[in-house]
Design a protein around this ligand. Structure first.
Ligand code: SF4
Length: 204
């Protein structure tokens, strides 16, 4: 992607974007990569969900979110009436070496997070969601880097939930990552409350 301009518009714009990202070498994570875990969904999806860097399972599948986490996220979205076409899922980081343990997550350093944040920003511009839902372990790092809100970069989900931020001119809220919800009914209730707020705002 180095030096390549993304100029496509209309229905081809995401295809051109993903093709460009396939060649991205902006950070060291491109080494050992065999496939990119692209964002998934359609342009104009009203909601973009931002998820953590891939685990081995995502890298093997070439998906933004895979396996049990993917199934849970789909059920949660369905619970507030959102179809797959209404939800775009984008990862904070898209690459890592093949052959990782399925449960091990790519460790992204500041360089990788910064480089891939620029790609995420471009993706938001192309998809044009109405709002963003940050379901990552590290929402503070993203919000501190890209919003005008006063957020400590080390702010975790617990501290940052139940507020509305502005990210690229859109409302953004923080919730628990799907991987933390499988066996935690209390966090699951909080996540459902966050989703009801998403629904309320999308319908407003
Ligand atoms: S992780 Fe992101 S910035 Fe790094 S090489 Fe992959 S697409 Fe490019």
């Amino acid at each position: 992607m180095t030096g390549s301009a993304i100029v496509a518009t209309g229905p081809d714009r995401l295809h051109a974007f993903r093709k460009a990202v396939d060649g991205c070498d902006r950070c060291a994570l491109h080494r050992g990569r065999t496939r990119v875990c692209h964002g998934e969904g359609e342009a104009e999806a009203p909601l973009m969900v931002i998820v953590d860097p891939p685990r081995g399972e995502e890298l093997a599948a070439g998906q933004a979110i895979a396996g049990a986490d993917r199934a849970l996220l789909q059920r949660m979205m369905a619970s507030i009436g959102l179809t797959a076409a209404q939800v775009y899922v984008a990862p904070l980081v898209r690459c890592g070496p093949q052959g990782m343990d399925p449960e091990a997550r790519v460790v992204a350093d500041a360089d990788a997070l910064g480089a891939c944040r620029a790609i995420l920003g471009k993706e938001i511009d192309l998809v044009r969601p109405r709002m963003l839902l940050l379901m990552t372990h590290t929402p503070g790092a993203l919000l501190a880097a890209v919003t005008r809100d006063a957020v400590a970069p080390d702010g975790g989900v617990e501290r940052l939930r139940e507020r509305v931020y502005e990210l690229k001119g859109r409302p953004a809220i923080v919730s628990w990552p799907p991987s933390l919800l499988h066996n935690d009914s209390s966090r699951r209730r909080e996540a459902q409350a966050d989703l009801r707020e998403v629904k309320r705002r999308l319908e407003g």
